[in-house]
Design a protein around this ligand. Structure first.
Ligand code: FE2
Length: 216
């Protein structure tokens, strides 16, 4: 996993938030509920320079993190690989709404970019939700191994099997797509607005079948 921060967030996020509100307002399928998720074709729907700047930042961050994670598996480095964002969408959340535990399919890397939400100080002042207000919780694969598992001090390190990311506006969190995660309940003065995406990284020609990475 990796966390990056978008240096231009302060200038660009309000423009994105307005655009996303407009898309929601124009969506005939949208409900007035506390959680709205857009279609995942924002790359086709949004034609704004601010959005393009964000996408460039996301792609550069993905490339850097994937290269770091695959340092031993990509003998020739990043050269020649193609990164494709195969889905980009946004969510708007408030009123204690949450997005339950899920994974993302058909991709190797996924991520979430925080466009707008109250400050950590404001969020943690919430009487019921506290510091987890608006957090994103990630579940280690070890989480599922702990039912009935042997436990002593020797594997105490396994017992902390969740990671709570307490985001700020402009943060970008990248994670392997198989990793289960949950948008914890959020209640704030301002809506929690995020951009989510899925990415594939392939050799030209799309021939990345198992054990055929050599020579990339
Ligand atoms: Fe997700």
């Amino acid at each position: 996993m990796a966390v990056h921060h978008f240096a231009q967030a302060q200038a660009i996020n309000p423009v994105l938030a307005n655009a996303f509100r407009a898309i929601r307002a124009a969506d005939p399928r949208a409900t007035t509920g506390a959680l709205y998720a857009s279609p995942d074709d924002l790359l086709r729907q949004v034609d704004l320079p601010e959005f393009s700047t964000l996408i460039k930042f996301i792609v550069a961050s993905l490339n850097a993190t994937a290269q770091q994670a695959n340092a031993a598996a990509w003998p020739a480095g990043r050269h020649g690989l193609e990164l494709e964002l195969i889905g980009v969408w946004f969510q708007i959340q408030n009123g204690d709404a949450f997005h339950d535990v899920h994974t993302h399919g058909n991709c190797s890397w996924s991520g979430v970019y925080y466009v707008q939400l109250d400050t950590p100080e404001q969020r943690s002042a919430h009487p019921k939700l506290g510091a987890l207000n608006g957090a994103t919780r990630f579940y280690s694969p070890m989480f599922m191994l702990q039912g009935g598992a042997y436990v002593d001090r020797g594997n105490a390190w396994m017992q902390q099997s969740t990671l709570d990311v307490t985001p700020q506006e402009g943060d970008l969190v990248l994670f392997p797509s198989f990793l289960p995660h949950k948008a914890m309940p959020y209640s704030g003065e301002r809506d929690r607005i995020i951009v989510s995406f899925n990415a594939q990284i392939r050799a030209p020609g799309g021939d990345d079948l198992l054990l055929r990475y050599a020579g990339v």
